[in-house]
Design a protein around this ligand. Sequence first.
Ligand code: PLP
Length: 394
Amino acid sequence: MSAYSVETEALYQGEQIQGMELHPESIPCFFTTAFTMRGFQEVQQTYASKGYTYIRTRNPNRTALGEIVSCLEGGEETLIFASGMGAITSTLMALLEKGDHVICNANIYGETFGVMTEILGKCGVEVSFVDFQNLDDVVRAVRPETKLIYSEVFSNPTLVLADLKSLGEIAHQRGALLMVDNTFTSPVAIQPISFGADIVVNSLTKFLNGHSDAMGGAVTARKTLCAKIQSTAMLLGTPGEPFSAWLIQRGIQTAALRLPRQMHTAERLAKALAESPHVKKVYHPSLPGYPQRELADSMFGPNGYCAMLSFVVEEDLEKIDQFMLALRFPRYAPTLGGLHTTLSHPVTSSHMGVPDETRRKMGITPGMIRVSVGIEDPEDLTADFLQALEVFGA
Ligand code: PLP
């Protein structure tokens, strides 16, 4: 356990490149597909010490980035992938086999749902989707062959919180693993391993890189699990290339500065939206009426909860369009986690394929707008939303 803060320690991770005697202030990008060796002795030594050989196996930029993510997440080891989906699929393919059973939160990212249903189905792995708000249903879904419980920290876009500690206990009592996607929240807000998660996945494409210019994914877990995931990732070809890892390392070094501001601006904006006569409902854990207040307060610290929020206006697509056009700063973007505040409209994007009735049961109506809060001045951003909301009239 370090006497210094995670934020400071993370800045000094990844600077020691194995086999390199120079000490550059900023890590260079290792644009090379392989490292050459002279003679069999060096070949043997390099392979035996898991040194740098071929780009798909290991690369110094991935190693450096992995060390930073491990530090932020408080985990033993982190593997870096070409995308968040690469991280998720490689982990599931590595740890599950035919006949296994997974319990998955019913409300998860659409493409993760696709992997669970289409890809795991083809591999003979059965998945039960359960509403994780009811832990008794999770317990009831457990079978002798249950190997994994899977959840995101907050569901998208209604920000329902998963009780990670209880899910970890349910999993561990039955010898299963808890895998948590921390993309929406980030390790600056919460470290799922400290609540019992065995595996934490992050899409680095989002808040951790934070600059909307690179794609990547990370899996943080114990070394024994990482060894299995690494050998499967090698076969699937999912490890990320060095330039993305280099860019993401550059971005992640300011994550601990950016994210608390983004999360606190989200709180400020959520409060202003909740007070607006044009807004019917706001979803953000900072609001006093948040239904899981006690659970949220037991899981999150002073950095904040989450830089994502959703709000509901009149179900009038024309007016919603006018609202988006009236905003001076935020734009529509099918992503999240950047420096700029961006919007999405779940009914016409992420949840387009879900039948209206099912969507409404999930709380997702045509009047819902999802916001990823950026680093703008909180007052400017709030004023911009309030002036644009005037399109909804008196
Ligand atoms: N997990 C969550 C919660 C996401 O929102 C996303 C992408 O939006 C992913 C995983 C996948 O990440 P990537 O786009 O880097 O593959």
